[in-house]
Design a protein around this ligand. Structure first.
Ligand code: SF4
Length: 220
């Protein structure tokens, strides 16, 4: 599916809300389009709606969503300063993994959201979103803890908050500690971008801003 030139994101959202292009339309309650601010620079991408998301029509509203909100608050963010979407817009039955043909069929909607937002920072939550955005068959334990350049954005993979709720240890640390560490990197990149933008509009302060940025980069 390709959208006609000139179609805006609200029109694409309207198409998505009535979409029956794959088998997931049969079991869903409603299409889960997005939450937060699609005009912001920061995009969180999860996998697929779960039970509560399907009922309420919003991504990340169950326990995992509450944890995500808490972790965002720890770095001074909330849903008004970021957008939250899923790779796939309808709940797979029994919360099974999305199938390859479903991912492919739903792809134009996420691509439209990315094209509209042109986010400068993308946080991928869990394996599916990370593989989708990095276009690599890489596991989240290996992928996280680093930043990547993809689609004109800094991509920072981390665990899905649901993994933090399950507990355990991966790569020597708990998922929630890993998410906190990765979100500190998000905070750092956003601050770095803010300083660069301020320096660009205040030529007299460029040298100071660049010096501060170099110093901060040493932390990571
Ligand atoms: S999962 Fe995507 S492609 Fe499938 S019905 Fe829902 S919106 Fe349409």
């Amino acid at each position: 599916m390709t959208f006609p030139a000139g179609i805006d994101i609200d029109q694409i959202r309207a198409v998505a809300l009535g979409c029956t292009r794959c088998r997931l339309a049969e079991g869903r309650t409603q299409v889960v389009w997005a939450d937060g601010n699609l005009e912001s620079d920061l995009l969180f991408i999860g996998e697929a709606p779960g039970f509560h998301e399907d009922k309420q029509g919003k991504p990340f509203v169950g326990a995992a969503g509450q944890l995500l909100d808490k972790l965002l608050a720890e770095i001074g963010l909330d849903r008004t300063k970021s957008a939250i979407v899923n790779v796939i817009k309808c709940r797979p039955p029994g919360n099974r993994d999305p199938l390859p043909d479903e991912l492919e069929t739903c792809k134009p909607y996420l691509d439209a959201q990315l094209s509209h937002m042109r986010p400068t920072v993308i946080v991928t939550l869990g394996n599916f979103a990370t593989r989708y955005i990095l276009e690599e068959q890489i596991g989240i334990t290996k992928a996280r803890g680093r930043r990547y350049d993809r689609r004109g954005a800094v991509v920072i993979p981390t665990f899905h908050p649901a993994a933090a709720l399950r507990g355990g240890r991966f790569g020597g640390m708990t998922p929630i500690d890993a998410i906190r560490q990765d979100l500190q990197l998000v905070r750092h990149v956003l601050d770095e971008r803010s300083r660069a933008a301020a320096a660009a509009t205040a030529p007299g302060h460029t040298e100071t801003a660049e010096a501060g940025s170099s110093e901060q980069l040493g932390l990571f």
